[in-house]
Design a binder for this molecule. Structure first.
Ligand SMILES: Nc1ncnc2c1ncn2[C@@H]1O[C@H](COP(=O)(O)OP(=O)(O)O)[C@@H](O)[C@H]1O
Ligand SMILES: [Mg+2]
Length: 608
């Protein structure tokens, strides 16, 4: 047996070696030459005791530099010993020196260390041992010098102490190499104790960037990087394509919505906007969209007959229920439930007896129109359904019968008078006329605001249920439903619309649907009467875009979305067109930097 080890000869690929190694490295005392580059390696030797949020990013984003940060978790006990040693040392130096400037410097250093100690003691801060090295490089000597000055300036503005690694340029260069080695001599000279949270807070929102690599351009992050968003991507914390948008008036919510819908529309998504402030009209009429603008507050071509049965794939609250389990419930039964809610919103004062009689009358009415419990109405056209006049006439006939129920039918007739013949007939009485032909639909609800609360609530619900039919109509077609300034539609006395929205948000993903809820106030959603649904409506969406806000909304938003101090602070002082985006636990700043042409495309709505 041959026990001799066989040696494998690996020939050196000199071409490769030459292309990846610098032409030459020459280390001097305070700098190094890397090929044609002038380089210098600095180390941070002291950190400030108080830092602004995101402070470190200022240091890590200087052009022409490479920064390496090493951290080492440490035992707090060890840190306390080290820190108290330092405090004694600085205090001693302060007492013994005659130079007033030196004394002041030592006192400040001791105070800073004491602050860190207090943080550990009182707030349970965890300490880390940090080591930051910065390499400046440039081919041009003058440029190199100015970059070095820049680094020193930035460090001093941040309250860091920085020094050139004298006689340690070689080690510093090794430390900075991409394999992150821990070079002992560098650690010894420049590692410092520093609270972990302050250091981590030095990176804006720690997770830094957010980029799906595909989708559409959403905006820029805080360091100017592009954020591409693919709303339809699924992942652990991305379970749906819905977005919550909160922010004060004028903070940029509607502009962001317009930017998102224009981008999605361009990718083939169908858009439906419910617009209570009449600010999507210009955009809708823009030749790029050629949308259908529909006044659903009594305008021509904007009638949605509440009695038209809109077949909706049934579903239960159980997310995983198979649709066929509910197939036995027919279209009529489901629609009767929708109608019960509709009439409850429209006529809240109707008592149970009247409601029961109304239900009976509705069933009878549908039977007269050839629609029974198991009729499949999917092929029916709008004029095959009864209208409110038909319902009113049926009830009037029953009132004439002079039996025990006559007085109740008379009451019912009175209640329905407004919808059938009175002020509200333009909203509801007739065959459905709304018949959008484009993929960009704006349902303007502005005039509803002037109507009574009950009419507003009932019509909003009617509009929502029409929208839901559009979403569920085709499981494969992507649809985005926008409810901007959604708070205008919430009435604490009738949570049904919020319940509907909540269910829609939960189920939309099954139908390739995305729901955007925009609001300037969170208060209306969190009113104790409706909070059960309202909180879910805000919280269920995967994406939360939080624009600048203050007061109660800021407080509620901070609590609801578990924002940390820095995030909350950020949105309290945020600029117009800038938002904090939360996706699961990730948070990132989005600056909606849009071109003039793009803003022009959105039209004048919103006060441009
Ligand atoms: N990202 C942005 N870039 C430029 N202008 C913006 C931006 N966001 C908002 N604006 C302008 O600010 C004003 C208010 O914005 P808007 O989106 O209507 O606010 P909100 O819907 O929050 O009340 C509008 O005139 C809009 O053109
Ligand atoms: Mg707006």
């Amino acid at each position: 047996m041959n026990n001799k080890k066989s040696e494998i000869q690996i020939s050196v690929n000199t071409a490769l070696q030459a292309s990846i190694t610098p032409i030459g490295i020459d280390f001097e005392m305070n700098r190094l030459r890397l090929g044609e580059n002038y380089c210098c390696i600095f180390a941070i030797t002291d950190y400030p005791s108080e830092c602004d949020y995101g402070w470190l990013s200022k240091l890590t984003n200087i052009p022409g530099t490479i920064v390496s940060i090493n951290s080492e978790p440490i035992d707090n006990g060890e840190a306390v010993n080290e820190i108290s040693k330092k405090i004694r040392m600085y205090r001693g130096q302060a007492a013994s020196t005659k130079d007033p400037r030196e004394r002041q410097r030592c006192q400040k250093a001791a105070d800073d260390q004491e602050k860190i100690m207090a943080k550990m003691d009182q707030n349970g801060e965890v300490m880390g041992k940090w080591n930051t090295t910065i390499m400046v490089l440039s081919r041009d000597k003058e440029d190199y010098n100015s970059r070095c000055d820049r680094v020193k300036n930035v460090a001093s503005i941040l309250g860091c102490k920085i020094r050139v690694l004298s006689n340690l340029q070689r080690e510093g260069y090794q430390q900075i190499s991409p394999t992150y080695p821990q070079i002992k001599r560098i650690q010894e000279t420049s590692s410092r104790y520093f609270p972990v949270s302050t250091f981590v807070g030095g990176f804006p929102f720690s997770s830094g960037g957010f980029n799906d690599g595909k989708g559409f351009y959403l905006g820029k992050n805080s360091s100017g990087g592009l954020i591409l968003l693919d709303l339809w991507k699924r992942g652990s914390s991305r379970t749906n394509s819905n977005i919550t948008i909160v922010g004060g008036s004028g903070s940029g919510k509607s502009t962001a919505i317009k930017h998102i819908i224009a981008s999605e529309y361009a990718r083939g998504t169908k858009i439906i906007v419910i617009d209570p402030e009449s600010e999507y009209k210009d955009m809708c009429y823009n030749p790029l969209f050629e949308g259908n603008w529909i006044d659903v507050a009594g305008g021509k071509g904007g009638l949605i007959n509440p009695l038209q049965i809109r077949p909706v794939p049934p579903d239960t609250d159980d997310e995983n229920a198979e649709p066929q389990e509910n197939d036995s419930i027919g279209d009529l039964a489901i629609h009767l439930k929708t109608l019960q809610t509709f009439f409850r919103l429209y006529i809240p004062s109707m008592d149970d007896r009247l409601r029961a009689l109304l239900d009976q009358a509705l069933v009878e009415l549908y039977h007269k129109f050839g629609i029974s419990w198991d009729t499949d109405v999917s092929g029916y056209s709008a004029n095959q359904f009864p209208t409110l006049t038909d319902l009113y006439n049926l009830i009037a006939e029953k009132a004439k019968l002079k039996d025990n129920n006559t007085v109740y039918y008379e009451d019912l007739k009175t209640y329905l008078e407004g919808a059938a013949n009175g002020a509200d007939h333009r909203l509801w009485n007739g065959y459905t006329t709304i018949n959008p032909t484009s993929g960009f639909i704006v349902l303007d609800t502005k005039s509803l605001i002037q109507m009574s609360g009950t009419v507003l609530a009932a019509q909003y619900f009617n509009v929502l249920s029409w929208c839901w039919e559009q979403i569920t109509h085709d499981r494969k077609e992507r649809i985005m439903l926008v409810a901007d300034e959604c708070w205008t539609m919430i009435d604490p006395r009738c949570p049904q619309s919020l319940e509907f929205l909540k269910n829609a948000e939960k189920r939309a993903r099954k139908y390739e649907g995305s729901i955007i809820v925009g609001t300037q106030s969170t208060n209306d959603f969190l009113d104790p009467e409706v909070k059960f649904y309202g909180q879910s409506v805000l919280d269920l969406p995967t994406f939360k875009l939080l624009f600048s806000m203050d007061g109660k909304s800021l407080k509620e938003t901070t609590e609801l979305f578990n924002l940390n101090d820095a995030q909350s602070e950020y949105i309290s002082s945020g600029q117009r067109g800038t938002a904090l985006m939360k996706v699961g636990n990730q948070a990132v700043i989005v600056r909606f930097e849009l071109s003039e042409e793009r803003l022009e495309m959105f039209g004048r709505g919103g006060g441009r």
